[in-house]
Design a binder for this molecule. Structure first.
Ligand code: CMC
Length: 428
C-alpha cells in the first residue's frame, strides 16, 4: 500500500504521497501542494529538497558511502579505469571488453578540435583563468556542431556529442594551460591512453621528446574516477537545470564548469593549497588559522573541510589521502605542505567546533597535494576536477532528458515592497 504524509495548515489537511528509493531514502512529494493549497515550501540552498529521482549515484553522508550505479567508489578507484567508469555512469552498466574497446576507439578518433578554436583561444589574455577559458571553449563547440543545438535529435546525434565532449575536453583543458604559459599548443597523440594523452598535451613541448610517467598517469586516472559523479551537487544541478530549458549539451556542460569554479565547490582544491601556503609563509602556526576559521566575525573558512552531505567522513578523502602518500613516496617527493596538511587535519579533528558541526576533510583537502606532486599548477586544479566530473554531468543531463523532466523553475517567497505609486524623477 502506498504511504502518505498528512499536512495540516490553517485547519485544512493535505495528503502528500511518500516516495521511497531503492536504498530506503524517503521523501514527501510536494509537487501538487501548491495546486491544492496555494502554499509552497521554502528551502534555501535546497538543503532538504530532492530535485529529482535518479539512478546514477548513491551516497549516504552519515555512513560515508559513495556508489556509482551500485558499484562502490573503493572498488572502482582500485580496479577500474576512468573511461570504464565514464561508460558505466553514462550508459548504466559496466562495458564488456568489446564495448570498452569501441568506446575508447571512438573517443580516440575525436580528440582533435577544429583549427578555428585556436583563434578563439588566442583571443584570451595569458592571465585568463583556465576555468573561464575552458567553459568558453566548450560553449564555443556549439558553433562548430550546430546540429547539437537541438537536444531532441536522434540518440546517435546525442551520442556523437557525448563522445566529442569526452574526447575534446582534455585537448581544450591542456590548451587552456598552454595559453596561460604562452607555449605552443600540442596536438593529441592518439596511441596514448586517455590520461597520458592529456598529460602529453599539457606538459609536452614540440622541441623535446616527452615521456609520460606511468605512475603519474595512473594516479591522475584514479583522481578522475573519484571525481566522476556526486549526485545532485551544485554543478550537476546546474547542468540539469540548464538542460531542462532544452539548451544543448555543450551549453549545459559549459554552465556546469562555471558552477564548479567557485571556491565552495570545485575551486576549493586550489583554495586549499593557497591556504596551506599562506599558513607556511606565516610561520606554520596551524592554531592561528583554526581560530580564524572558528571566529564568526572572520569570513575565513578552513578550505577542504566540511561538506553539504558528508557529516561523518568523505570516502573520497580517505582514498585520496592514501593515494597522496603512495604518489609522494613513489615519486620520492617530500612536500612540507603535506606535513602541514596532516597537522591541520589532526588539530581540527580534535577540536569541538569542527567535531560538533561534522566538519571533516573533504575530497579537495588532499587532491591538491597530489596535483602538486604530479606537477600540475595550482590554477589548473579545478580544471582537473572538471575533467573528472564530465561523465557525471553527461549522465545527469542524459537522465533528465530521457525522463522528460520539466523545466527547472523554483518559486520564491516575495519579501519586497508592496505596490507603490510611481514618483516622477523631480519628486524623488
Ligand atoms: N570552516 C569553518 N567553519 C565551517 C566550515 C569550514 N570549512 N564549513 C562549515 N563551517 C561551519 C559554518 O560556519 C556553520 O557554522 P554555524 O552552524 O555556527 O553557523 C556550520 O559549519 C555549517 O556550515 P554551512 O555553511 O551551513 O554548511 P553547508 O552545508 O551549507 O556548506 C560547504 C558546505 C562545503 C560549502 C562548507 O563546509 C564550506 O564552505 N567548506 C569549505 C569549502 C570547501 O572545502 N568546499 C569543497 C566541498 S567538497 C568538493 C565538492 O564536492 O564540491
Amino acid at each position: 500500500m502506498s504511504k502518505i504524509a498528512k499536512l495540516h495548515i490553517n485547519g485544512s489537511q493535505y495528503e502528500l504521497p511518500i516516495v521511497e528509493g531503492t536504498e530506503q531514502e524517503t521523501a514527501v512529494d510536494i509537487s501538487n501542494l501548491r495546486s491544492q493549497s496555494g502554499i509552497i515550501t521554502l528551502d534555501k540552498g535546497f538543503k532538504n529538497t530532492g530535485s529529482t529521482k535518479s539512478a546514477i549515484t548513491f551516497l549516504n553522508g552519515e555512513k560515508g558511502i559513495l556508489r556509482y550505479r551500485g558499484y562502490t567508489i573503493e572498488d572502482l578507484s582500485e580496479k577500474s579505469s576512468f573511461l570504464e567508469v565514464s561508460y558505466l555512469l553514462i550508459y548504466g552498466e559496466l562495458p564488456s571488453s568489446n564495448e570498452l574497446a569501441n568506446f575508447s576507439n571512438e573517443i580516440r578518433s575525436h580528440t582533435l578540435v577544429h583549427e578555428d578554436v585556436k583563434s578563439i583561444l588566442d583571443g584570451f589574455p595569458s592571465r585568463a583563468h583556465p576555468m573561464g577559458v575552458l567553459s568558453s571553449l566548450v560553449s564555443s563547440l556549439t558553433a562548430f556542431y550546430p546540429k547539437s543545438l537541438d537536444p531532441n535529435r536522434s540518440i546517435e546525434e546525442i551520442n556523437g556529442t557525448i563522445i566529442r565532449l569526452i574526447a575534446k575536453l582534455p585537448t581544450l583543458a591542456a590548451w587552456s594551460y598552454k595559453n596561460r604559459m604562452r607555449q605552443p599548443i600540442m596536438y593529441p597523440k592518439n596511441h596514448l591512453d586517455y590520461t597520458s594523452n592529456f598529460l602529453y598535451m599539457m606538459f609536452g613541448l614540440p622541441t623535446v621528446e616527452t615521456e609520460i610517467n606511468p605512475i603519474i598517469a595512473k594516479a591522475l586516472d584514479k583522481l578522475l574516477i573519484l571525481h566522476a559523479d556526486h549526485e545532485q551537487n551544485c554543478s550537476a544541478s546546474t547542468v540539469r537545470i540548464v538542460g531542462s530549458s532544452h539548451a544543448s549539451l555543450y551549453a549545459s556542460i559549459s554552465a556546469g564548469i562555471a558552477a564548479l569554479w567557485g571556491p565552495l565547490h570545485g575551486g576549493a582544491n586550489q583554495a586549499v593549497i593557497e591556504m596551506l601556503e599562506e599558513i607556511k609563509n606565516q610561520g606554520g602556526d596551524v592554531e592561528k588559522f583554526i581560530n580564524k576559521a572558528k571566529d564568526k566575525s572572520d569570513s575565513f573558512r578552513l578550505m577542504g573541510f566540511g561538506h553539504r552531505v558528508y557529516k561523518n567522513f568523505d570516502p573520497r578523502a580517505k582514498i585520496i589521502k592514501k593515494a597522496a602518500d603512495d604518489v609522494l613516496s613513489q615519486l620520492g617527493i617530500n612536500d612540507p605542505i603535506l606535513d602541514l596538511a596532516m597537522k591541520l587535519e589532526e588539530v581540527a579533528l580534535n577540536d569541538d567546533y569542527f567535531k560538533s558541526r561534522g566538519l571533516y576533510p573533504n575530497v579537495d583537502f588532499y587532491s591538491g597535494i597530489i596535483y602538486r606532486a604530479l606537477g600540475i599548477p595550482t590554477d589548473m586544479f579545478t580544471v582537473m576536477f572538471a575533467l573528472g566530473r564530465l561523465p557525471g554531468w553527461i549522465a545527469q543531463w542524459k537522465e533528465a532528458r530521457e525522463n522528460s523532466e520539466p523545466i527547472g523553475r523554483p518559486r520564491q517567497v516575495y519579501i519586497g515592497h508592496n505596490h507603490r505609486a510611481y514618483k516622477n524623477i523631480s519628486d524623488r
